[in-house]
Design a protein around this ligand. Structure first.
Ligand code: TYD
Length: 340
């Protein structure tokens, strides 16, 4: 039976990925996660008794800790790195965490791969490494587009991508990268636009929209990303990058209005706030490569799953409150807490 090690498997995308694999494949899963937020343990608690699943609490920044696990577990076929700080606003306020985990953590994993402890490495990245596109074109980013990251977050991810590709070329290691567009779905931490908007509405507070709300994001339901990641891990060609996008571009204002509509609210619930510094205008991914080379096709309808996500948050307020308790606040800066 194949054995794969997942880093960040208690986070939003990693957790969804583990559940998908346990359901659809016969793999042994080892999950390594720091459990930084109280909600993270809640995300994986029920998996503890599952056969073929093992959990280690620890940090990818810690090389000795990682090496110990690889020595103990032996014969790991592949590693998929989901562990990362991912919130742009937080990266603007506190970039150090992003450099340490998103770059140095990946360096540690690559060094361990170089020692021969596992074969295939899949680095989970983002469309944000390409920078942004103007509003008035139909241009899209493909895998050969230049890297022009705008924020400390996206530049930390671009750095990790480049480091990974250099290990592929220099040390002849089996390495791949996926770059996805904005994910949404159940269990997403309420720092990102969709869960934050839902939470604000539920709490009868104004929804903060940055600038004029014209910025465009390409939204993908998390399970379509997870399916794409699995395809790339199983069938992707080493040294390759694969974009995974939703082909579903929406302005922030349109998106917030859609969510307000589910609650019978109108635009008066929106508060236009000061724009994010360096705010990327538009993201748009060309996903021809994964479609034609790996026969990947998205199957989740945006409107339907947005509605489902809204109802999930409405029905899981306890989980949301856990996200926002004292421990959570400890890791977030004052400005950020004020917004919550
Ligand atoms: P976010 O969910 O933080 O993802 P990213 O910055 O990685 O795209 O933000 C999505 C978009 O929503 C982005 O253009 C910033 C905007 N935004 C708001 O307008 N208000 C908010 O409170 C947040 C969190 C984001």
């Amino acid at each position: 039976m194949k054995k794969i090690l997942i880093t960040g498997g208690a986070g939003f995308i990693g957790n969804n990925f583990i559940r998908y694999v346990l359901k659809k494949r016969k793999y042994r899963i080892i999950n390594v996660d720091l459990l930084l937020f109280p909600s993270s343990f809640e995300n994986i608690k029920d998996l503890m008794k599952v056969e073929n699943y093992k959990f280690y609490k620890g940090d990818i920044k810690n090389y000795k800790f990682l090496l110990k696990i690889f020595k103990k577990e032996k014969n790991i076929d592949g590693v998929i790195n989901f562990a990362a700080w991912s919130h742009v606003d937080k990266s603007i306020l506190k970039p150090k965490d992003f450099i340490e985990t998103n770059v140095y953590g990946v360096f540690n994993l690559l060094e361990i791969q170089k020692l021969g402890f596992f074969r295939r490495f899949l680095q989970i990245s983002t469309d944000e490494v390409y920078g942004d596109l103007p509003y008035d074109t139909l241009d899209k980013f493909n895998e050969d587009s230049p890297l022009r990251p705008s924020s400390p977050y996206s530049s930390s991810k671009a750095s990790a991508d480049l480091l990974s590709l250099s290990y592929y070329k220099t040390y002849d290691l089996d390495i791949l990268i996926t770059r996805s567009s904005n994910n949404f779905g159940e269990y997403q931490f309420p720092e990102k636009l969709i869960p934050l908007t839902i939470l604000k509405i539920i709490k009868n507070q104004k929804v903060p929209v940055y600038g004029n709300g014209r910025n465009v994001r390409d939204w993908i339901y998390v399970l379509d990303n997870v399916r794409g990641i699995m395809k790339v891990f199983e069938k992707g060609k080493s040294g390759n990058i694969y974009n995974i996008g939703g082909e579903n571009e929406v302005t922030n204002l349109e998106l917030v209005k859609k969510i307000l509509y589910f609650f019978d609210r109108d635009e008066s619930s929106i508060e236009f706030v000061k724009d994010r510094p360096g705010h990327d205008r538009r993201y748009s991914l060309d996903i021809t490569k994964i479609k034609t080379q790996l026969y990947h096709k998205n199957i989740y309808d945006f409107e339907k799953f947005l509605k489902r996500t809204v109802y999930w948050y409405k029905n899981n307020l306890k989980w949301v409150e856990k996200c926002l308790d004292q421990n959570f606040k400890k890791y977030h800066l004052q400005n950020y807490n004020k917004r919550i």
